[in-house]
Design a protein around this ligand. Structure first.
Ligand SMILES: N[C@@H](CCC(=O)N[C@@H](CS)C(=O)NCC(=O)O)C(=O)O
Length: 201
């Protein structure tokens, strides 16, 4: 299998975390690309008509995306058991929340990097941060109980999202007023899969 990826992407990090958790490192080769919403890499486009990464090219030539589908697939393949049947919908909802945080955080980066300065829309950027803020408050206030249950992929996805906030938005100080979430995240970040996938670039 071949993973079309870029190391800075939080969505890619989720897949990489699953590669480690499922002990699938040797089964998946890595094909790095540089792709943005404005300049799509041809390999990303040929794997996914949307041009987005991650995309996983299977051994039979078929491609699967997006990160949520790939992570479920790799969990199934490896038997890692990170989507327990008894809490499946809660775990998937937690993962969707993590993905939403990533989407808003990535779109803020795109706004700053891809849009000409005179066209940047501060109100819109703040509206994106407000989504993240509400999501983090909900996590701190225990609105998503599978965050505090046995290890599952929703938790790892949340930790990838928090890692991306540290990586791209350190000035927003997401830890302010969120002591519990910070302590929880420190514990998750100690896992070998999280340590091996710290974003760079
Ligand atoms: N829902 C997708 C989101 C993937 C995504 O937005 N990836 C970004 C990189 S972080 C991308 O490919 N951007 C290029 C583009 O928007 O064309 C997933 O979970 O995989």
């Amino acid at each position: 299998m071949k993973l079309i990826f870029s190391p800075a992407s939080p969505f890619v990090r989720k897949v990489n975390v699953m590669r480690h958790e499922g002990q699938l490192i040797d089964l998946i080769t890595l094909a790095p690309v540089q792709t943005t919403a404005l300049l799509t890499d041809p390999a990303a486009r040929s794997a996914n008509p949307l041009g987005k990464i991650p995309a996983l090219v299977l051994d039979d030539g078929k491609t699967i995306f997006d990160s949520r589908v790939i992570c479920r697939y790799l969990d199934d393949l490896s038997g890692a058991g990170l989507y327990p049947k008894t809490t499946l919908w809660d775990v998937l909802t937690l993962e969707a929340l993590a993905d939403g945080i990533m989407e808003s955080a990535v779109s803020m980066v795109y706004e700053a990097r891809l849009r000409p300065e005179e066209k940047q829309f501060e109100t819109w950027v703040e509206a994106q941060w407000s989504k993240i803020d509400h999501a983090l408050d909900a996590l701190e206030q225990n609105q998503f109980t599978v965050l505090r249950s046995d290890l599952n992929f929703g938790q790892l996805a949340v930790s990838c999202a928090l890692g991306y906030l540290d990586f791209r938005h350190p000035d927003r100080n997401w830890r302010n007023g969120r002591k519990w979430l910070d302590a929880w995240n420190r514990m998750i970040q100690e896992r070998a899969s999280m340590q091996a996938t710290i974003p760079e670039g």
